[in-house]
Write a protein that binds this ligand. Structure first.
Ligand SMILES: Cc1cc2nc3c(=O)[nH]c(=O)nc-3n(C[C@H](O)[C@H](O)[C@H](O)COP(=O)(O)OP(=O)(O)OC[C@H]3O[C@@H](n4cnc5c(N)ncnc54)[C@H](O)[C@@H]3O)c2cc1C
Length: 478
């Protein structure tokens, strides 16, 4: 189907006012924030594929009609809502269609009795959170991309937030949802606290990255908003290993601080700019406890006790307050061209593993990044989402790119491959919360092992024509 025919067909299905075929809308709608794309854009280049057009539906019926038309005509479709992807997950297939849910915005219900909120897929998280805060509630979900991400994308990526150690990831926060399958069928998984009626169908869509269905609505848990009852304290520990042991003890003993962050010495200096507050070469631990005052205080008291046990120096609350104030600022400067001016590609890459391997992964990755990659200007990392079983490491890195934008993707993948290879070698997961997107797809067979076949069977069952977000999660079969 050529572009004109496609635009005509979509206009007939959902109204011409919802179909956009201009260059600017197409480029803006497929803009991804993976490090090498940011570098390419600052260099005035674009190597990302081009969609034929963008559809912005306003209702679930319009989503259904759009997908039915695209499915019948075997046209590739890439869903998106907030557009804060950092994994090439919203880059379209050449000549395909971008299905943009950002116009489907709005809170449908705040149910104070059941402690739930229902919002449409295009509802910006920041708007949702502010509206809830005014009524004394919170979602407890604070990804750093809070000013950018929307409800649909948060669900579809299996996202997690800075307070996840207490509230959990989005997979624990979604109590029900509505989605549209590629053939236009609308399905709803109802809102109940728990049930035992077969596998949990919510989880089919949470983390499906637009490859199985389009999420139109989600019902999330609510928590009481208690910003004045927070306990904050920072500690310096000898190194990352010692810090990881400290966190393991807190989590294994059953305490649930809301925020637990362990930054290595490189990040203390280069990312947080706190080298004056932390003894040279040491790692920094940040804790924030919240909830009913008695629980927050008891959790804080326990953390202080572990600090004594692990010889951690008490740095007071100020470093936590400073992190808290500036924690999402990066969202405003992503495309300011600063790294490009410095000639570097900078980015992050998050993995997870059990306690018995996470320290080994951290050591091996940092040793290889600094030892093997000549152009490496900086490599560090932090743990920020903690469980009784293990934690994540969010590696941060910057390397000199002297060959220009043409080489950016290949050089970037060489660096990232080191992180993902070392993680897989030790049984960890290659993606703690950003998702597979396209850049991690080639690591998915090893990530999933023998269960990877299930992913294809799910894909064949829900999307037999393979139109949904081709290239994410699934390696294309020959
Ligand atoms: C500065 C920055 C900080 C970040 N920090 C975090 C963080 O702390 N935690 C975290 O988890 N992530 C983080 N991210 C990544 C990103 O914000 C998350 O993945 C977020 O969940 C994406 O939401 P979105 O609405 O922007 O989705 P998009 O970017 O629009 O889409 C992301 C993926 O979801 C799919 N999708 C989107 N909408 C739908 C829909 N309605 N139905 C089906 N599929 C859909 C897309 O196809 C794509 O695969 C960060 C990103 C940036 C740029």
């Amino acid at each position: 189907m050529d572009k004109q025919e496609l635009v005509r067909g979509l206009s007939a299905a959902v109204g011409a006012e919802n179909v956009f075929a201009d260059e600017q809308t197409i480029c803006e709608s497929s803009k991804d924030y993976i490090g090498f794309r940011i570098f390419e854009r600052a260099d005035g280049k674009s190597f990302a594929p081009r969609a034929a057009c963008v559809v912005r539906p306003h209702t679930v019926e319009e989503v259904s009609r759009t997908l039915r038309f695209l499915n019948e005509n075997r046209v590739d479709v890439t869903p998106r809502t907030g557009g804060s992807s950092v994994t090439q997950s919203i880059e379209p297939v050449e000549g395909g269609v971008i299905l943009d849910g950002s116009a489907m915005s709005g809170i449908l219900e705040i149910n104070e009795t059941n402690m739930t909120v229902t919002a449409r897929c295009g509802t910006p998280l920041e708007y949702l959170e502010n509206a809830l805060n005014e009524r004394g509630f919170t979602t407890g979900h604070f990804p750093q991309s809070l000013p950018m991400a929307h409800v649909g994308g948060l669900v579809a990526t299996r996202s997690t937030g800075q307070f996840s150690t207490l509230y959990g990831g989005i997979e624990e926060l979604v109590v029900g949802l509505e989605a549209v399958l590629p053939d236009g069928t609308v399905v709803r998984v109802k809102n109940v606290p728990r049930r035992s009626c077969g596998p949990d169908l919510r989880q089919l869509f949470i983390g499906s990255e637009g490859a199985l269905a389009f999420v139109t609505e989600a019902t999330l848990k609510l928590f009481r908003y208690r910003p004045d009852e927070r306990w904050m304290r920072a500690y310096a520990v000898a190194d990352m290993r010692r810090g990881l042991e400290f966190i393991r003890a807190v989590m294994a003993d059953g305490y649930k601080p809301a925020v637990v962050r362990l930054h290595d010495a490189a990040e203390v200096m280069m990312v947080l700019g706190m080298s004056e507050a932390v003894p040279e070469g040491q790692a920094l631990l940040l804790f924030l406890c919240e909830g009913p005052r008695a629980i927050a205080e008891a959790t804080g008291d326990a953390v202080a006790e572990y600090a004594r046990k692990f010889d951690a120096a008490d740095l007071g609350g100020k470093p936590v307050e400073a992190w808290f104030r500036t924690r999402n600022d990066v969202c405003r400067t992503l495309d300011n061209g600063l790294y490009h001016e410095m000639g570097v590609i900078a980015d992050t890459c998050e993995i997870s593993a059990n306690w018995d391997e996470i320290g080994n992964i951290y050591d091996a990755v940092v040793a290889r990044l600094t030892g093997e990659v000549e152009e490496m200007a900086y490599a560090g990392g932090h743990a920020s989402h903690c469980y009784a079983q293990g934690t994540n490491i969010y590696f941060t890195f910057a390397f000199m790119e002297e060959k220009g934008a043409q080489a950016a993707e290949a050089d970037y993948m060489r660096v990232v491959a080191i992180i993902l290879e070392e993680t897989l070698r030790r049984g960890g997961s290659v993606a703690h919360h950003h998702g597979s997107g396209r850049y991690r797809t080639r690591f998915m067979p090893e990530e999933h092992g023998s269960s990877y076949e299930l992913m294809y069977r799910l894909k064949d069952a829900l999307d037999p024509n393979g139109i949904m977000n081709k290239g994410v999660l699934l390696v294309e079969r020959k």
